[in-house]
Write a protein that binds this ligand. Structure first.
Ligand SMILES: Nc1ncnc2c1ncn2[C@@H]1O[C@H](COP(=O)(O)OP(=O)(O)OP(=O)(O)O)[C@@H](O)[C@H]1O
Ligand SMILES: [Mg+2]
Length: 642
């Protein structure tokens, strides 16, 4: 929308102008001229959706050399989806691939797209997103007054189609619906060139080009929901077989040209599903009563959760239907960075307005992810979580070498079970309702809310026990580590600079040690022996002791050399093992101070000053007065217990 628009009136006017620009009305003859200029106009539904997706562009996933893409086998993402969906690139790629091959009129154009996954994995949202794609697109051309807003080219009689196709440079597919066929004869005396054509907009609410089929009570499955019905009141007026009695207002009728969504599809009776299958496979739907078959052009997208799918699949009488379904798996996301984005998005779109303390969503996400990950013999679950997230995990002073691709390969059904997005959102809400006054949620309150919810849940005993362990043990430890680092950062004046200074100093001394040379003091220029005590004080932070130290120092220097050879500037964060050691060193340097000053009773004036400065630092870094209090009390009780 134009940013210069200031008033409501202007906004309305501008919108109307833009819309009227797209609108068109004319005769079929005039429409033919339009198609001649633009042979792509009479697009079939799958091709339309695919083109619209592609029009939003794609983004290549950079192939970083040392971090294999966590989205194996995928080289690009689709911008249209990536604004709203996180961590399910593979599922999206599968959906786009379906529309692509269907747009090329391959077998898939005659199959149902079926999204299957655990609850809350985004199936409904994905289909809705595709529907919004149509709603936001430019209008399409249809026979004026047709209940199925059909493609005007259907008016061309069979015997002339070859010739028209040649002249128009486009393929003509489909036949008139009974209503239009009747009107053509009765109202236009067969002069199809005079039939009015107009533009129509896709609209879910107005049921134009988008049809929705909710699950229907199996005992009361009236196919009129799908294919319309005969209007009983008109049966007296017209003879049987007169199309004027037809109400072609079923979901499949209105979805013509666009998309029809089947919610919880397998809750429906098999008989009911046959109408759906015929609509895709044969591209026809039965007209109610004795009106034969009606051509249709619909993308059918169905979804349900896995249990329904397994039940359906288990019944061999469903084979014919199964054969006509393209399954798109939509598992839960398993990457931390992406999971946090999901909650960010949901919160942004909601009325949730509380303050969210740093690491809150991260902690909640970690729990969800731990519940979704499958055990591996290669590492513990928290390590797996971090590796999936592209983080480096340090063990014995070395980056743990576990191939993400291998981890993924050994999984069986990862992402199909575990805690859902909605469960986490409920926990965030619950945490808030426990702290309405503070109007703030934090990692501690969210973890408590999660514990309470897991305790009350209907989960099996084993699962509940496992989940509580994640919350009370794994996450507890993980969060304390984060918290200590956070408080250290707030305590240490100019944290980054101090870390950098330690890093440079370590490099100087380690280099001299490895080369058996001297260290030149940076300020005095004095030549000194490498300070073994200092080196050790850093190394012991990550349990590098005794004979291991020499190897570690050599590794660091080798890293330094290779970086400088490649012209890469390095900082204390460059070499993960050393970064960890330096951070721990800084932590231990203020541990004693932290222990004393976070206890209000023992603070003297000087310590109070330090304490206040630290609190201010935390406030500057995203905490509010309510949560800063909570986390410091928590730290005092858990990190620095006497
Ligand atoms: N990977 C994801 N990226 C972005 N949002 C997601 C993702 N997964 C779930 N969501 C969000 O979680 C919420 C629940 O998703 P949705 O209702 O689409 O799930 P569903 O698979 O249809 O669940 P159900 O099986 O219960 O019907 C939505 O707000 C959705 O946007
Ligand atoms: Mg759903």
């Amino acid at each position: 929308m134009d940013e210069r628009i200031q008033s409501f009136e202007e906004l309305i006017k501008s919108d109307r102008e833009t819309n009227s620009h797209d609108e068109w009305q004319g005769t079929f003859l005039e429409y033919l001229e339009k198609v001649k200029v633009e042979p792509g106009l009479p697009q079939l539904s799958h091709a339309r959706v695919y083109d619209l997706i592609i029009r939003h562009g794609t983004t290549d996933i950079p192939e970083s050399e040392n971090r294999p893409s966590p989205i194996k086998g995928i080289t690009k993402t689709y911008n249209f989806f990536s604004e709203d969906f996180f961590g399910i690139e593979k599922a999206i790629a599968q959906i786009v691939r379906y529309f692509h091959s269907a747009s090329l009129k391959g077998e898939e154009s005659r199959q149902v797209l079926y999204l299957m996954g655990p609850v809350g994995s985004g199936k409904t949202s994905l289909v809705e997103k595709i529907e919004s794609l149509l709603e936001d697109s430019e209008p399409f051309y249809a026979i004026d007054g047709c209940p199925m807003h059909e493609e005007p080219l259907h008016l061309i009689p069979r015997h002339l189609r070859k010739e028209f196709e040649k002249m128009l440079g486009t393929h003509i597919e489909g036949d008139l619906c009974p209503v239009c066929r009747f009107r053509l004869e009765e109202e236009y005396g067969g002069r199809y060139e005079d039939v009015p054509v107009s533009t129509q907009r896709f609209s879910k609410r107005h049921r134009v080009g988008i049809g929705i089929v909710p699950p229907v009570d199996p005992n009361n499955q009236d196919t009129s929901v799908l294919i319309g019905s005969e209007d009983i009141s008109k049966l007296d007026l017209y003879s049987e077989g007169d199309p004027r009695v037809l109400d072609l207002n079923g979901a499949l009728n209105v979805a013509n040209r666009g998309i029809c969504e089947f919610i919880e599809v397998f809750k429906n009776d098999t008989e009911y599903l046959h109408a759906m299958i015929t609509a895709t496979q044969e591209k026809v739907i039965p007209a109610p009563g004795r009106h034969g078959l009606v051509y249709c052009d619909i993308c059918i997208a169905a979804h349900s959760n896995e249990a329904e799918w397994q039940k359906f699949k288990g019944d061999h009488t469903n084979e014919a239907i199964l054969d006509r379904i393209v399954v798109g798996k939509v598992p839960y996301n398993r990457r931390l960075s992406e999971d946090v984005k999901i909650y960010d998005k949901i919160i942004e779109n909601s009325d949730f307005q509380a303050h969210i303390a740093p690491h809150t969503l991260e902690v909640a996400s970690m729990f969800a992810l731990l519940s979704r990950l499958e055990q591996t013999s290669k590492c513990d679950l928290m390590t797996k979580l971090k590796i999936y997230n592209g983080e480096e995990v340090i063990e014995k002073g070395k980056t743990k070498k576990i191939d993400i691709a291998e981890l993924r390969e050994e999984t069986k059904r990862e992402g199909m079970d575990g805690i859902s997005t909605r469960f986490v959102m409920k926990a965030l809400d619950n945490a808030l309702s426990d702290n309405i006054d503070g109007n703030c949620i934090n990692p501690i309150s969210v973890r408590e809310a999660l514990v309470a919810m897991v305790r009350e849940s209907e989960l099996g005993d084993d699962t509940r026990k496992r989940y509580l362990e994640f919350l009370q043990d794994t996450l507890h430890k993980e969060y304390l580590e984060k918290l200590e680092k956070e408080i250290t950062k707030a305590f240490v004046f100019a944290y980054e600079e101090q870390a950098e200074a330690l890093f440079q100093n370590y490099l100087d001394h380690a280099e001299a040690f490895v080369n058996k040379s001297k260290v030149k003091d940076r300020s005095t220029g004095e030549e000194l022996e490498p300070d073994d005590g200092f080196l050790k004080s850093i190394e012991e932070q990550i349990a590098i002791i005794g004979s291991a130290a020499e190897g570690f120092r050599q590794d660091v220097i080798a890293y330094l050399w290779s970086s400088s050879r490649r012209g890469v500037t390095i900082s204390y964060t460059s070499y993960e093992p050393l970064k960890l050691a330096i951070e721990k060193k800084l932590m231990s340097s203020v541990r004693e101070l932290s222990r004393i000053v976070t206890r209000a009773t023992t603070r003297d004036a000087e310590q109070t000053g330090k304490y206040d400065a630290m609190v201010q630092n935390l406030l500057d870094n995203g905490y509010c007065t309510s949560c800063v209090d909570t986390i410091l009390k928590y730290a005092a009780n858990n990190l620095w217990k006497d």
